[in-house]
Design a binder for this molecule. Structure first.
Ligand SMILES: NC(=O)c1ccc[n+]([C@@H]2O[C@H](COP(=O)([O-])OP(=O)(O)OC[C@H]3O[C@@H](n4cnc5c(N)ncnc54)[C@H](O)[C@@H]3O)[C@@H](O)[C@H]2O)c1
Length: 264
């Protein structure tokens, strides 16, 4: 399998996209260390072991450089190294019009979504470069480039991840390390499925594919980016949004947007 012998670290793997990524990497042959603040990561670890791969869990907050340094040391001691890092842990905790955003919530979003990726990348990248192989995938969002009403903080952190991605790629490409960003649209995770149906349905109606993405679709892309075949993809921003990152303004009739495929 494509990732046999590789050791991965996935943050925020207790549920949702992170859990799907951990399982996809394990299915492709990697052992997978998990970092999460939620004890539910133990269930993901059990599922990884069910795929006959090794796993271990560290309860740590990605925003803390100290907790992450200690957590990565534990994973390296248990599994051997970190070849693949997926910065997936992320929060939305500041849904408000810009003028009403709370300072503490702004700082927490930056701490988890952006500083978290910085902390984890710094903890693993030195040995990756020395070994001449490494893969880092940062889970950003379509909000990084398009913004998002009432989520200025979240959008800013996801845009910040793109700058981090580009610069790590520039500095480490010559050492065999790639760093890429994945920009999901709305994905059917527990959180999203728990949204009021009206909000979710409106978002789906504005998505060209007219559906939510599946966590497993994000996970397959991440697994590809972690493999040998993706070694020349570096500093990329890859949308995975059913076309949701495109300009969906309609000039003209909306009638042609419903019904079956258009006839010539
Ligand atoms: N679901 C979507 O539609 C969507 C769209 C675009 C981008 N994303 C991004 O994908 C990633 C995963 O999204 P999700 O919907 O699966 O989220 P989720 O809330 O279901 O899962 C996030 C995980 O991160 C963990 N986590 C939160 N804060 C942490 C911290 N400080 N330290 C360690 N772990 C922490 C949580 O415990 C949880 O297991 C996030 O970065 C999110 O911004 C999601």
């Amino acid at each position: 399998m494509g990732l046999d012998g590789r050791i991965a670290l996935v943050s925020g793997a207790a549920r949702g996209i992170g859990r799907a990524i951990a399982l996809a990497l394990a299915s492709d042959g990697a052992d997978v260390g998990l970092i999460d603040i939620d004890a539910g990561a133990e269930e993901t670890a059990a599922a990884v072991r069910g795929l006959h791969r090794r796993s271990c869990v560290v309860r740590a907050d990605v925003s803390s450089a100290e907790e992450i340094a200690a957590g990565v040391a534990t994973i390296v001691a248990e599994l051997g190294s970190v070849d693949l890092l997926v910065n997936n842990a992320g929060i939305v905790n500041n849904i408000a019009p810009f003028a009403k955003m709370k300072q503490a919530a702004w700082e927490r979003e930056i701490g988890v979504n952006l500083t978290g990726a910085f902390n984890l990348a710094r903890a693993v990248i030195g040995p990756m470069a020395e070994r001449g192989f490494g893969r880092i995938v940062n889970i950003s969002s379509v909000a990084a480039r398009g913004g998002l009403f009432n989520q200025a903080g979240y959008s800013a952190t996801k845009a910040g991840l793109l700058g981090l991605t580009h610069t790590i790629a520039l500095e480490y490409a010559r050492f065999g390390v790639t760093c890429n960003a994945v920009l999901p649209g709305l994905i059917g995770t527990e959180n999203v499925l728990g949204m009021p149906a009206e909000i979710r349905e409106q978002a789906v109606a504005q998505t060209p594919a007219r559906r939510l993405g599946r966590p497993e679709e994000i996970a397959r892309l991440v697994a590809f980016l972690c493999g040998e075949d993706a070694g020349f993809i570096n500093g990329a921003e890859i949308d995975i949004s059913g076309g949701g990152h495109l300009n969906t303004m309609v000039l003209g009739s909306r009638k042609e947007l419903s019904g079956g495929p258009p006839k010539a």
